[in-house]
Design a protein around this ligand. Sequence first.
Ligand code: ASP
Ligand code: MG
Length: 477
Amino acid sequence: MSHDPTLVVAKFGGTSVATPARWRVIADVLRTRIAQGAHPVIVCSAVSGVSNALEGLLAEHTDADATRDRLEDLRAVHRTLAEGLGLPGDLVDAQIDELESSLDAARALGELSPRTRARIMAAGELMSTRIGATWLTAEGIDVAWTDARDLLTAEALEDAPDGRHWLSATCGFERDEALRTQLLGAASATLTQGFIAHNPQGDTVLLGRGGSDTSAAYLAARLGADRLEIWTDVDGLYSANPRAVPTARRLRRVSYAEAANMAALGAKVLHPRCIGPVRQAGIPLWIKSTQDPSATGTVIGVDHGEDGIRAVTSRKQLAFFTMRRDPTWQPVGFLADVTARFKAHGFSIDLISTSSGVIQATVDMAAAPLADDALDRLMADLETVCTPTLRRDVASVSLVGRNLRGSLPDLGPAMEALEAARVGMVTTGANDAHVTFVVRADEVDELATMLHGAVFGRGAAPALSSAVVRLAHPGAA
Ligand code: ASP
Ligand code: MG
C-alpha cells in the first residue's frame, strides 16, 4: 500500500469544458496532480448549453425540420471546440448521426420512452469527453477515457410514472478497492463522464439534471478518493449569490451540513445530492474556479462548531400550494390525506406550514423531471380532500446556518428587511438550519440583498474566526 498514490476526483462543469482555454486549465490540473504523485479522475459535464439543446431536441422531435436544425447546431458547437483544440472537426459526427437515427426512429414509432430519452441526453457527456480525451492524449498526457457506465450502477427503483428511474436515478457508492486498482493501473489519469450510469440491466440511465456533481461524489466515495474537487465558474460558496448580492463574500470553510442546506435552498454551485456520499465517506470537498485556478475557493468538511447564520440563499422555481378545509378542532388525518397525494404523484414536499384549516406547502420544481402533467393530476386529486390553489410565480429566500433558534434575537434587523415584501409563508427547518420566507419571484433578489445587508452589514465578511479555519486551503496544495 505504501506506493498507492493519492487519488483526487475533479469534476469540471459545462462552462469549464466549453472552450480551448478551459481545457488548458484541465490539462494544467492534470499535469500538476500527476507531478505530485496523485492519480486524477476527471469527471466532465456536457459542453455548456448542450444538455439544454438535447432536451429541446426531445421536446421537438416530432418536427423533422426542427430536429435537423438543432442537430446541425449541436454539430457546430462541437466542431468549433474540436477545431479550436486543433483536432478534426468531425470527431463526434458519428454520435450526432446516431442521435439523428434515434430521433427518426422515435418519430416513426410515435413514441419517445424515458429509456430513449436517457440514451439521447447521455450523448452530451460522451461527446465532450471524446473531444477532451483526444486532445489531452495529443498533449502527451497519459489519460484513459473511461465509460462512466462501467463505473456507476444505478439502484433498482420501482417503475415511477415520471420515468424517474431512467432520468433521475441514484447509485450505490460503497468503496470498491478492485475498481480503484483497475483505474490506477490503466493510465496516469482517468477521464470520464458525469450524469450517466448503467442500471442493473445494463441500460443507460441519468442522475437528473445537474447530476455531474453527484457522479463525481459517488466516484470519490467508490474510489476512496483523498479529495473531491468541483471546478466551476465561481471560486466558492458565497454568503449569498454574488451575481444578485454585490456584498456577498466567499466562505472559506463550510460544514457538510451547511453546504447541503445551502445547496438545497438555492446555492447553485453544488447539486444538493452530491454532499451525502462524500460526507458519509469523510472526503473533503473543495470548490475551485476554472476562471481563476489559483484562487483558494471553499473547503467543505466536518463541522466547525460555530452557530449562527452563514448565508442568505434563494430559489425561484417553486410551486406553492395552499390547501383549505373547514377548520375543526384537532382534525384527524388532514395532513395525512394531503401528503399521501403528493407522494402518490411523485412529488417531494419541500417546505410546509400547517394549521387546523389550512396547509401550505412548496415543491421544488427544479428537482421534478417531466412534472407538469403530474402537477395537474396532483391538483385534481387534492380536490377530492380539500380546496387547493396553486401558484407557480413563487420563490423562497432563506437564512441558512447552524442552531438558528439560538440566534433568534439576532434576527431582529433581518425581520425589518421583510417589511416591504409580501410574504406568503414562513417556515423554520426542523433541523434548526434555516428560516425561509416564501415570496413572489420578482421580489426575491431585492429581499435577499436586504436580508444579507441586515445580517452581515454592508461590507462585512461573514467569515469564521481564524481559530476554526483549521483545514488547509485548496491553494496550499
Ligand atoms: N450535463 C448535465 C446537465 O446539464 C449534467 C451536469 O452538467 O451536471 O444537467
Ligand atoms: Mg452544476
